[in-house]
Design a protein around this ligand. Structure first.
Ligand SMILES: [Zn+2]
Length: 434
């Protein structure tokens, strides 16, 4: 296995130090290390962060390979600095059996670019009627611990209560896509002044907040762990803050796009801005940033949602919802949270690695950067300035709302248990290194 000596890198933004990676772990850390390695990396000006962990990725395989595969999605993850992602269950077939989650898990192992933890569906076919085979998925080789019908809301309170109770029995978590279905029928964008002016059916904030409030009550009643997916409104933040103040085990994530963009962009008519939950208002964006900074929101979840070009370049009303996000997440977080002074790099490591790993109960990820720990690391250049160019993406899809934007920062290298998945800003060929 190739060994790496990283010279003069700043761990979480601290003073320059050297790191020696060998046998999959961090062997030494220090200044002017007297060591040799197969590859020496001059990392002056680069940060070292723990490998990022995403609780919310759509890899599309099986069933929608024209949008993404486990291989291309995990390559995109590596390019974004991720060493572990959770793959959502809304594939075709749905990940509601041991067979499907084991297939996704196996494909990721074969690809080798990033750990993939399949999320198990709460209900069969995400139809909200019949419980999926939770225990079969948990006991499978994929060892599922996160359950979600993401894309759809588990709106049946009896089902949600049962899922929370099961999750409690295995120290798992239910990740809810909070969307009251009746309040969002036909919804195309955030409900507010912009939707009124455009005459488009709106997705009201209360449709998210009402479900979160109910689920917090169900989590309190069952003792099960609740994770709120892609929280997007100021009111949702207040409910999660209240839940935490009561000592409930409720966690939440925010997407990069909800930290940066607002519903004003819908005026362009470009469906690349169509997403679920929708882009909200400036007031919501500022509340989300403050909540991520103070820890009310635990994690950044990309909700990386690749779509074929035809599904996003069509008319708004019929376009698919969702955006790719793995390769731009860290840059958006730098721009919205670090460069604004709201958070330092230790905070970024906490919200993008430590806490999401803890929520998913991943034991080898989200670890401190210290000697003896698994070498899951990112080398990141925060001084880089560049324009987002979708054609350079590793993801198979191009539906980014950040196209043409100047965003700060660039992933220089990613290490998964000591194996470089990205070096000098480019994917490595795996197989020879391992
Ligand atoms: Zn969702």
């Amino acid at each position: 296995m190739t060994t790496y000596l990283i010279r003069n890198a700043q761990i979480l933004g601290g003073a320059p130090q050297d790191l020696l990676l060998a046998e999959g772990v961090i062997q030494q850390i220090g200044t002017d290390l007297d060591a040799t390695a197969d590859v020496e990396i001059d990392a002056r000006g680069l940060l070292v962060l723990p490998g990022l962990v995403d609780l919310h990725t759509h890899l599309r395989q099986p069933g929608k390979e024209e949008a993404e595969t486990v291989l291309t999605g995990t390559q995109a993850a590596a390019m974004g600095g991720f060493t572990a992602v959770h793959a959502m269950a809304n594939t075709t077939p749905t990940a509601d059996t041991a067979e499907v989650v084991e297939q996704v898990h196996r494909l990721a192992l074969e690809a080798g670019y990033c750990d993939v933890h399949p999320v198990g569906a709460v209900t069969v076919g995400l139809e909200g009627k019949e419980a999926a085979d939770w225990d079969g998925m948990h006991r499978s080789a994929a060892a599922v611990r996160v359950f979600s019908d993401d894309g759809k809301c588990v709106d049946d309170a009896v089902m949600m209560r049962a899922a929370l109770e099961y999750a409690k029995s295995i120290d798992g978590v239910v990740a809810q896509h909070a969307q009251e279905p009746r309040l969002t029928e036909g919804a195309q964008m955030n409900e507010g002044t912009v939707s009124a002016e455009l005459g488009m059916p709106g997705w009201p904030a209360v449709a998210e907040e009402a479900v979160i409030a109910r689920d917090v009550a169900l989590a309190a009643a069952t003792g099960g762990r609740l994770h709120v997916c892609h929280l997007s409104t100021k009111g949702s933040v207040e409910i999660v803050r209240w839940a935490k103040s009561r000592g409930l085990d409720v966690t939440a994530e925010v997407t990069p796009h909800h930290l940066l963009l607002t519903d004003e962009l819908v005026r362009t008519g470009e469906a690349v801005y169509k997403v679920n939950p929708p882009l909200r208002t400036e007031e919501d964006v500022l509340a989300l940033r403050a909540a991520l900074a103070d820890g009310t929101i635990d994690a950044v979840g990309t909700d990386h949602a690749p779509h074929p070009e035809a599904d996003k370049t069509c008319a708004w009303a019929v376009a698919a919802m969702g955006m790719v996000g793995l390769e731009t997440a860290l840059s958006v977080v730098q721009q919205t949270m670090v460069d604004t002074g709201l958070m330092n790099w230790q905070g970024v490591a906490d919200r993008m690695s430590h806490r999401p790993a803890r929520i998913g109960r991943l034991t080898g990820q989200g670890r401190p950067i210290s000697v003896g720990e698994p070498a899951n690391l990112v080398l990141f250049d925060p001084a880089y300035r560049g324009t987002v160019t979708p054609d350079a993406f590793a993801t198979r899809s191009r539906n980014t709302p950040f196209k043409g934007l100047d965003l700060p920062g660039k992933v220089h290298a990613t290490f998964l248990r000591g194996t470089a998945t990205v070096l000098a800003g480019a994917l490595t060929e795996l197989g020879e290194d391992a």
